[in-house]
Design a protein around this ligand. Sequence first.
Ligand code: HAM
Length: 437
Amino acid sequence: MAQRIQGTEDLYGGYMRAWQHMQDVARELFGAYGFDMIETPAIEQVDTFVHGIGESTDVVRKEMFRVVSGALFQNLLEAGNEDGLKAKQRMAMRPEGTAGVVRAVVEHNLVPQGAAPAKLWYASPMFRGERPQKGRLRQFHQVGVEWLGAPDAAADAECIIMLMEFYKRLGFEAKDLRLSINSMGDAACRPAYREKVRAFILDHADEMCEDCLERAEINPLRAFDCKNEHCHEVMAAAPLANDNLCDDCAAHYAQVKRYLDEAGVAYVEDPTLVRGLDYYTRTVFEIEAVGAGVGAIGGGGRYDGLVELEGGKPTPGIGFAVGFERIALALAAQGASLEGDEPSCVYVACAGSEQRDAVFSATLALRQANIRTEADYQGRSLKSQFKQADKLGARLCVVFGSDEVEAGVATLRDMETHEQVQVPIADLATEVAARLA
Ligand code: HAM
């Protein structure tokens, strides 16, 4: 039997409805904040991710699924390396949404000089070649937003406020969420801070793992995220980002916190929060569902240098993304659910073959009135049609018997109360709609 790839999931039934529900909530809430939807391709040039996310990040170095056409794959195998590939032939499945959206913003000049910011949101599958485990998939789904052209601290705060409202509307209680924030500085203060952290790691070289020693050279801040318990303990004494901010970054961070306080959003400051993507500047944040054991259910931050890295004019940006699968798991762990009820339907039952035509036209009329309608297509007995209607969760059944069709009426049966009334066939759709409402 063919099987799906480990770390991928099929979305169907209640799980699919949960994903759609999440998008509906996003559309309404993000719409109120002025965000429009965008869908970028699931494959991009490798360079889009390398420039944006950073060459030294795990996401780019280890987790990106690379894509080649069948013909090129053969060439690659023969050549033994990818040196012969042109930049546009080097493609990857997107591991996250920000780099592709920013590439699109640059390509279509969506934030021309002097124009209002671009506010975009997406709901899309992402791909990371990670070792699959609970809440860690190789294909997962994110809802995210990207806000380009807004340097003000109010944008940082509004993004976070909107995100926390999103969780609330999905069914989380504020007490079950932990929002951590930090400021990572900018091009003015980060280089000196990186250097301090690098020096710290090298000073403690004999206490740290091989990976961290490598990180010291290419991306020292990532050592704060090392999974090794001992490195973690050592890094607790390392210089912290928020003690090393320049005046502008410190003022920006203070303003973000003032706005969050004013909005009554609870947060904890975590000066070791560095996030796994290189494009961040200043504000970063991450959200965990307390006790759910699924890792972060969302994260984001400001990326004022990313548009330039993707070849555009200097344009500030900020955004976040949340993981659908982890949110579904976290809500389940807290006894709540994202899954909406199955939509109610009407079942049109057929007493015998002579009534088939009447069933066919009634079914058409009900669907024309946007009423979810099911019927029998297998020639079953009336009894099994009622069973089927029950299984489908039908609230009403329309039954056509021979005398009724002749008299121009149908029987409407309430599946819960078993109450039955006769309704003129011409009024069927109006009557059903009224009863379902
Ligand atoms: P991220 O923190 O890498 O950020 O991912 C955001 C969320 O996606 C995570 O908090 C988690 O819920 C979910 N997620 C990530 N990896 C996996 C996985 N392997 N399996 C299941 N869920 C996962 C970003 O992707 C940034 N682009 C967010 C952003 C937008 N920053 C600014 N704008």
